[in-house]
Design a protein around this ligand. Structure first.
Ligand SMILES: [Zn+2]
Ligand SMILES: [Zn+2]
Length: 331
């Protein structure tokens, strides 16, 4: 298993598309996920390897680094820290299933747009709020009166003996309340609380990621998680706080250098493409990526990967190219 390349592990060709990579990772990670394989150690090991391979191949910078290492050339031509660009991992797809047993709170799903996750937004949430029953003044009793529990004499606790040991436990007759009702309230069925459909406005902070959960506490009876589902952007792929996009660039523009306009929400960023830009080169636009959820002033980067488009040449173009070839290669 150890000798397989990351490409072999993920069963993708070297020139994979992002769609192929994601689909293959999802498929393989599901097969080897510890929740599914009942914690089989071999599968767990494979799951970890697949996740690592996915994180490396998903990030164009880490992928270049990996390819260089594989070909035996270890130097790095990037002056910035890779950790600055792509910290954390990309295997969040499965975090939910690992964390699902942590806290038993209701989870309300909310869909938001990519733009809303970038700028933050206000959203109205409809939910069933737990409130105290007004029909019985939150006594649970039809006549709004509570009687002292006859089993525990209103103490809420009873003593139990086991051999020489004696312990106090909650009274099973009154549930530890010390009081009982003779006829239960019809509205709340004796539970003292009812559910009422309500709507509240919630501030969604900027920089939120797909799958993030916000813990919302309204009062002592109402706490829930808001789980955010963010629609994919047609232009950019978000990786942590960085935005990644492939740019098609005509060969001549790549050689001569050019400027391109990059649309980002309501903004247009003018990007300089330097002379002699090569296929798969990365152009980094600092601090124009997603806002950090942890800091108001920190932003990720935009990373553009250049995809060079070769021209289709007519007779006249070819003639010029022959002349250029002669000129370039004259001794
Ligand atoms: Zn009792
Ligand atoms: Zn009631």
């Amino acid at each position: 298993m150890d000798n397989l390349s990351y490409y072999d592990l993920l069963e993708v060709p070297k020139d994979f598309t992002l769609k192929e990579l994601k689909a293959s990772y999802k498929r393989l990670a599901k097969i080897h996920h510890p929740d599914i394989t009942n914690d089989c150690p071999i599968s767990e090991e494979k799951f970890k390897l697949i996740s690592t391979a996915y994180q490396i191949l998903l990030c164009p910078i880490k992928k270049q680094e990996y390819d260089r290492e594989q070909s035996g050339s270890f130097f790095s031509e990037f002056s910035f820290s890779m950790n600055d660009l792509y910290s954390n991992t990309a295997s969040d797809i499965f975090n939910d299933s690992f964390n699902k047993h942590k806290e038993n709170l209701e989870i309300i799903d909310l869909n938001i747009s990519f733009k809303e996750s970038f700028f933050g937004s206000k959203k109205n949430i409809s939910f069933f709020k737990t409130i105290y029953c007004s029909s019985c003044d939150a006594t649970g009793s039809k006549d709004k009166k509570l009687r002292s529990c006859p089993k525990c004499n209103g103490r809420g606790k009873n003593s139990v003996k086991s051999g020489f040991l004696e312990a106090e436990v909650d009274c099973e007759f009154c549930g530890g309340n010390g009081t009982i009702h003779l006829i239960k309230c019809d509205t709340c069925d004796g539970t003292k609380k009812i559910k009422s459909k309500e709507s509240i406005e919630i501030n969604i902070p900027k920089g939120i990621s797909d799958g993030d959960k916000l813990k919302i506490t309204i009062d002592d009876l109402n706490t829930f998680y808001l789980k955010l589902h963010i629609e994919n952007d047609s232009d950019f792929i978000k990786q942590d706080e960085n935005l990644f996009k492939q740019i098609d660039l005509p060969l001549t523009k790549a050689i001569l250098g050019t400027h391109i306009d990059l649309a980002l929400f309501d903004d247009t960023i003018n990007v300089e493409i330097p002379k002699n830009t090569k296929h798969k080169d990365l152009i980094i636009i600092k601090d124009k990526g997603f806002p950090s959820i942890n800091s108001n002033s920190s932003y990720g980067n935009i990373v553009l990967e250049i995809n060079i488009i070769y021209p289709i040449l007519n007779e006249e173009n070819l003639e010029l190219l022959y002349k250029l070839d002669l000129n370039l290669n004259k001794s």
